[in-house]
Design a protein around this ligand. Structure first.
Ligand code: GLU
Length: 492
């Protein structure tokens, strides 16, 4: 553990929903904070007024909650370093920019867009490798600059990259030391004409003010980092450790996008992925525990996550692996967990059971035991349990199943015999029901498959329902017999 307490932040821009890449960045920050007993901060980078919306912010917060990434400081929970939305920190950026100007580390620039374009073209024409800002306003006197501002001339504030600043070496926990040539860094803008801060400035002012020790984010920001290092230096703030994590690619090797399918967290939630399974899968996109373990429960992630095991190679999003992990999570639930966390909520949501649903615990567990192995996604629960929640009147008979299993010569006799055997059973329980049905094929001189098929279609309406004895036990004797009576009319 490092000596300074770890403070990390996830800083989404609410210009859209939370996508898979953002979610993975959030997971790494969260897990890193938890594994180091540090603080996980959520900050909303909403400085782009055209594209940021409150609705997106709410969607992101909801997605974070669904992912189970609880933040220690940020919107809704507060903290000592707030506010946690950049639009509410505007004054801080102006103050910081003013301070840098006062200290001679920043200066106003009055160059018009036309002037800048002309300078760039001239640099291109003379094949100057440096085509950035030509520092025209760097040496204006303070008085002259102030006079032009007072006269109403529009200006931006630019940072003054020190003359003697050598190459900038970014120390990155994933990429190692990455060197950027100082001459590539022009005196970049920190405050726009309208007084708003640029991303590279606002981010560093906040990260410095919030005492961020590790900046973990997508490697699309690696190229911004040398500029940010210059800002830290100007502010006199310690430079944090960076960790730039790789891109997520689709199966075709291109950056993951809509073309590859769902990219937003809420689409996965709505499709029925379990939050734990989804977090487990995303955590593995670029990080590994030991190079082989695939099932990594949240508490293991939160105690074992480390930046040393983050790969700098791009990760490929593999929906099949996600589904496999989902299946593993469902399989590893106890029947009771499955009932409480998946089955009953799903049945409620689908309106199969109402708020007043009451059933004895053993009945619910027995249902969970036959439904769980047949569930890949929560929505499967509704289909699988349909015969159980139907009644003799409401049961829907699948036409093909009826044609194949019931509407056949001899099946009427099967149902008659089954009815009689079942009606006379002493105990209405799976083993007894199965035993009674097992005795029929021989007595009727029919193949077992045909007998079971007929009874299954009569009682469940289809041929793919869960095991017959268990299902019939859950349905209850009276209703099973009523179903057989109803089906009798369809049998020959
Ligand atoms: N708001 C930025 C983004 O969403 C944050 C980048 C950063 O973490 O510095 O890309």
């Amino acid at each position: 553990m490092s000596e300074t307490p770890v403070r990390v932040r996830f800083a989404p821009s609410p210009t859209g929903k939370l996508h898979v890449g953002g979610a993975r960045t959030a997971i790494y920050n969260w897990a890193f904070a938890r594994a180091n007993h540090g603080t996980f901060i959520l900050r909303i980078d909403d400085t782009d007024p055209e594209r940021s919306t409150e609705e997106n912010t709410q969607i992101i917060l909801r997605a974070m909650r669904w992912l189970g990434l609880d933040w220690d400081e940020g919107p809704e929970v507060g903290g000592d370093f707030g506010p946690y939305k950049q639009t509410e920190r505007a004054q801080m950026y102006r103050d910081a920019a003013q301070r840098l100007w006062d200290e001679g580390k920043a200066y106003p620039c009055f160059c018009t867009p036309e002037q800048l374009a002309a300078d760039r073209e001239a640099a291109q024409a003379r094949k100057d490798p440096f085509q950035g800002y030509q520092r025209r306003c760097r040496n204006l006197s303070r008085e002259e600059a102030q006079a032009r501002i007072d006269a109403g001339e529009p200006y931006v504030l630019r940072i003054k990259v020190p003359e003697d600043r050598g190459d900038v070496v970014v120390r990155d926990a994933v990429h190692g030391d990455v060197t950027f040539a100082a001459r590539e860094l022009d005196d970049f803008v920190i405050q726009r004409t309208d007084g708003t801060p640029t991303y590279n400035f606002a981010t560093v002012v906040d990260d410095a003010a919030m005492g961020i020790t590790h900046v973990i984010r997508g490697d699309d920001h690696l190229s911004n980092t040398p500029r940010q290092v210059i800002v830290y230096e100007a502010l006199g703030a310690p430079v944090p450790t960076f960790a730039h994590i790789s891109m997520i690619l689709g199966a075709d090797g291109k950056k993951l996008s809509k073309r590859h399918g769902a990219t937003n967290v809420e689409e996965y939630r709505d499709a029925g992925y379990l939050s734990d399974a989804f977090v487990n899968y995303l955590a593995l996109l670029g990080w590994s525990l030991d190079g082989e373990t695939t099932i990594i429960p949240r508490d293991v992630l939160a105690s074992q996550f480390s930046l040393d095991h983050v790969s700098k190679n791009p990760a490929t999003f593999d929906p099949k692996k996600l589904d496999w992990i989902q299946a593993e999570y469902i399989r590893s639930m106890s029947d009771q967990e499955f009932a409480d966390e998946v089955m009953l909520p799903e049945l409620h949501e689908a309106g199969v059971i109402g708020g007043d649903f009451e059933a004895d615990e053993a009945w619910v567990d027995a249902l969970a035991a036959i439904v769980k192995p047949r569930t890949k996604f929560p929505a499967d629960v509704v289909t699988v349990t349909a015969p159980v929640f139907a009644t003799a009147e409401t049961l829907v008979y699948d036409e093909k199943s009826v044609a194949k299993g019931l509407a056949k010569e001899g099946m009427g006799a099967v149902l008659d015999a089954a009815r009689e055997a079942l009606a006379g059973l002493a105990a209405w329980e799976p083993a007894a029901i199965d035993a009674a049905l097992e005795a029929l094929p021989e007595a009727l001189d029919l193949k077992k498959r045909l007998v079971f098929q007929a009874v299954r279609v009569a009682v469940c309406g289809n041929m793919v329902s869960p095991p017959l004895g268990e299902t019939m036990a859950l349905v209850g004797r009276e209703d099973c017999l009523a179903r057989i009576d109803r089906a009798r009319a369809m049998a020959l």
